[in-house]
Design a protein around this ligand. Structure first.
Ligand code: ADP
Length: 348
């Protein structure tokens, strides 16, 4: 069991990738400082904030726990942050764990039986729960109880252990892997979208203040445009540019400094790094622009299928450089143009 103070995160194994939307261990702690603490400080995602505000108010008025909530969206878009804020706004405890961390029934039973009325249990990567654990969760969510089997064979009997009324907040990057029965037990399902560039700019400005760094508006815009519409990436780029500004200059960030430091880091005008470019180049050069199957592509560029699907592709599709078709992945004309490759319409 983890708690808020242990800075838990969906830690990435790709430590060397600057624009990965997953958190690296070194930055989990600093992310904690930059994390907005109230709904008012949480930028964007208006489609979620309004209904959430109402549910929070209603739950407070009735002095009842808020219904179970499922948050889904790409890594780094703010699921953990939002869950934390909900707990703060309600004034309840926030407990955090992750699907892969819950291996035994006893692990989950221990967590659930320690929850107090109204507490929030956040399960990150909830699509990765094993079947037995998931079934325990059904009764816990629906009846606020867990059934424990005592004894073996003909003398075995079920003991029902009551739980306090709690709220489960589940987070997932892969809605399609969530089982129907689990999905149906959530009262609210919210999708976090990629952010607009001006919203990312807002986050960069706020965080520059928290980091006590002076930054010019044009530099904010430049970093925002290269942040893959993702707050976690924006925070990371801001910190790298700040390092550069402090080491090579007097610490103040202007457009030229931001541009030079991102150039040094090989991040282009669309926020693509070497891996994105390798992926698109491989589709164009090795597979005539596609369609190419995910497993073939993964083998060609030596990356895991899951990483390609959850980390690289969503953003490349969002900016219109990649298409997913029933027959595989295709590079679009924008990708050809961006990589300065000749686009041959007849091949597509
Ligand atoms: P997820 O759980 O979806 O992977 P996190 O909640 O850990 O993402 O967010 C990553 C970082 O991005 C946080 O530390 C936080 O500082 C920042 N962040 C995310 N969403 C927002 C937002 N809407 N406003 C301001 N900062 C945000």
């Amino acid at each position: 069991m983890l708690n808020e103070e242990t800075f838990p995160e969906n830690l990435s194994e790709e430590f060397d990738r600057l624009v990965t939307p997953k958190a690296t261990s070194e930055e989990a702690k600093i992310e904690f400082t930059l994390r907005p603490q109230t709904l008012a400080d949480f930028v964007g995602q208006e489609q979620i904030k309004e209904p959430l505000k109402i549910s929070i108010e209603a739950a407070k008025k009735r002095d009842e726990p808020i219904e179970h909530i499922l948050l889904y969206g790409n890594p780094g878009l703010g699921k953990t942050t939002l869950a934390n804020i909900i707990a703060k706004e309600l004034g309840v405890n926030f407990k955090i764990t992750a699907g892969p961390a819950l291996e035994k029934v006893g692990d989950l039973a221990a967590i659930l039986s320690n929850l107090e009325k109204g507490d929030i249990l956040f399960i990150d990567e909830i699509h990765r729960l094993n079947k037995t654990i998931e079934e325990i969760l059904y009764t816990a969510m629906e009846d606020y109880a867990i059934d424990i089997i005592v004894g073996k064979g003909p003398t075995a009997r079920t003991l029902r252990m009551p739980l306090e009324k709690f709220t489960l907040i589940g987070a997932t990057t892969k809605m399609s892997l969530l089982s129907g029965p689990l999905r149906d037990r959530f009262g609210h399902i919210y999708h976090l979208n990629f952010y607009e560039t001006n919203e990312i700019g807002h986050i960069i400005n706020r965080n520059a203040k928290l980091l006590e760094t002076t930054i010019e508006e044009e530099a904010v815009k430049l970093i925002a445009e290269r942040s893959r519409k993702t707050p976690r990436v924006a925070n990371r780029l801001l910190k790298r540019v700040r390092d550069y500004a402090e080491v090579r200059h007097d610490g103040k960030i202007d457009k030229e400094i931001a541009n030079n430091s991102l150039k040094m880091l090989n991040i282009d005008a669309f926020g693509l790094d070497d891996v994105d470019r390798k992926l698109l180049t491989s589709i164009i050069e090795n597979f005539q622009g596609g369609p190419v199957g995910l497993n073939t592509l993964a083998a060609a560029i030596a990356e895991e299928m899951d990483t390609i699907e959850t980390v690289y592709e969503p953003y490349l599709m969002q900016i219109g450089m990649l298409e997913r078709t029933p027959r595989g992945r295709k590079a679009t004309k924008q990708a050809y143009d961006h990589l300065n490759k000749k686009f041959n319409q007849t091949l597509l």
